[in-house]
Design a protein around this ligand. Sequence first.
Ligand code: HEC
Length: 184
Amino acid sequence: MKRRTLAAALVAFASASLPAAAGGTDTLVKARQASMKEMAAAAKAIAEMFDGKRAYQPEAFKAAANTLSARTGPALIAQFPEGTLGPPSGAKPEIDQARADFEALAGHIGRLADALAAKAERAPAEITTDMLMGADLPMDGGSLLGKRPGAAQDDPAGMPPEHILHLVLQDCTSCHSRFRQKQQ
Ligand code: HEC
């Protein structure tokens, strides 16, 4: 009788603790996926304002840029701890083997998003052409894709916000192509 009680208690303990542990990871995965979706919505909002597909509003630009800034960098890194990678999530287990690269990408997009948020903080009431892509291109026609030397051109603070957004989106794609897989 005593043994059975103990066994029952252990079963109860096991069944109480296992789903809790699984629930912890599940919650974390859901939270990071929701965070990624918010970043996607924010990036889309800014892109559409620059494209003229959506009304430009400095407050909406600021809010979206702040979302990108708050969800990249250290916050992004913290969302992918060991033990939460691989199926059923869309995060590749390789993140663990290439932590330095993953964190460098998260840090890089974080600095770009911070620069974008700083621009948004001072956003004018009406959109201006110097906010748009190409405003920083040389008059003789440089290529955005070409690697142009010069510290000023590598510093996002000196770029129009639309250009910074494009670099942000490149980092989304770089990370996904290497560290994201189909969810199961
Ligand atoms: C440093 C790596 C990294 C960067 C940078 C990154 N992502 Fe992700 N993203 C991931 C990983 C890994 C997943 C899979 C997460 C999971 O399923 O647990 C993901 C998933 C997603 C998803 C799917 C979420 C879902 O509902 O399953 C969207 C949408 C997304 N990212 C958008 C973005 C956008 C937009 C950006 C850029 C603004 C971005 N990501 C930047 C790594 C990154």
